[in-house]
Design a protein around this ligand. Structure first.
Ligand SMILES: Nc1ncnc2c1ncn2[C@@H]1O[C@H](COP(=O)(O)OP(=O)(O)OP(=O)(O)O)[C@@H](O)[C@H]1O
Ligand SMILES: O=C(O)C1=C[C@@H](O)[C@@H](O)[C@H](O)C1
Ligand SMILES: [Mg+2]
Length: 236
């Protein structure tokens, strides 16, 4: 059976909401991999902010960090994400892990996108990052502190968690699930928000969770959306 919602084939409809779908979360949580899958399914363009920065700068992120420092990289990142979000054509955007560090980027993300925070256990993040190091695939992930790429995960994640939470409209926990399963949840959640006007929580409110039982939580989100659309609410 297909892992994807079956009813519609024409993809997610922005329907005038003017919103993109943006994935945020720590390094190696799966934003790029899952974002590409969701975009394919939704028939939206996929944009990876890290790739776009490297393309425009003509250098790898590691080189930007090494030659110009993190602040210059964050300037690039804020500028590139602002331009992507200004686009009128809806995209699925995979942000870099630290995109939420700047308050103006968090605000723009919330205004212009349906923002989903992907999470995974630090041990699993460490496993993935160690694997990508071994395979020489962490060129866009220079260490952020002297502790190093693997040892810094827990403290950085703890410091960033409130920022991810503040930027997110929804959270999806990866737990022990495949990229296809997580992508299916992202797609379902985004679709339910775009098809019926989704009551997005204000900044600082707890985002709806989508943990082990994705269908249960997606149903809760859909129910909230239906409540918004109910005649009694609309006539008031
Ligand atoms: N749910 C998952 N289960 C197993 N492996 C996964 C899962 N999600 C992602 N991965 C793997 O983890 C690695 C990192 O994924 P990806 O590059 O998509 O992360 P990212 O969030 O974009 O990281 P960054 O912020 O550094 O760009 C990839 O090898 C990917 O296949
Ligand atoms: O978490 C971070 O701060 C980063 C994550 C990567 O996606 C890149 O954006 C860059 O390496 C910084
Ligand atoms: Mg990525």
């Amino acid at each position: 059976m297909s892992a994807w919602p079956s009813a519609r084939t024409e993809g997610i409809h922005a329907g005038g909401f003017g919103r993109h779908v943006a994935l945020i979360g720590y390094r190696a949580v799966g934003k790029s991999t899952i974002g590409a899958l969701v975009a394919r399914r939704a028939r939206w363009a996929f944009v990876d902010a890290d790739h776009e920065i490297e393309r425009r700068a003509g250098r790898s992120i590691a080189e930007i960090f090494a030659n110009d420092g993190e602040t210059v990289f964050r300037d690039w990142e804020a500028q590139v994400i602002a331009e992507i979000l200004a686009g009128t054509h809806p995209v699925v955007l995979a942000t870099g892990g630290g995109a939420i560090l700047r308050a103006e980027t968090r605000a723009l993300l919330r205004q212009r996108a349906f923002v989903i925070w992907l999470t995974a256990d630090p041990t699993e993040l460490r496993r993935r990052l160690a694997l990508s190091l071994e395979r020489g695939r962490s060129g866009h992930r220079p260490a952020l502190t002297s502790a190093g790429l693997l040892e810094e995960i827990e403290p950085i994640l703890a410091a960033r968690a409130p920022l991810y939470r503040a930027a997110a409209h929804a959270e999806i926990a990866g737990l022990n699930r495949s990229v296809t399963e997580v992508a299916a949840d992202v797609y379902r959640l985004a679709r339910s928000c775009f098809e019926v006007t989704c009551p997005l929580p204000a900044a600082g409110e707890s985002p709806p969770l989508l943990p082990e039982d994705p269908s249960g939580t997606a149903t809760a989100v859909q129910q909230a959306a239906v409540d918004m659309e109910s005649p009694s609410r609309r006539s008031s």
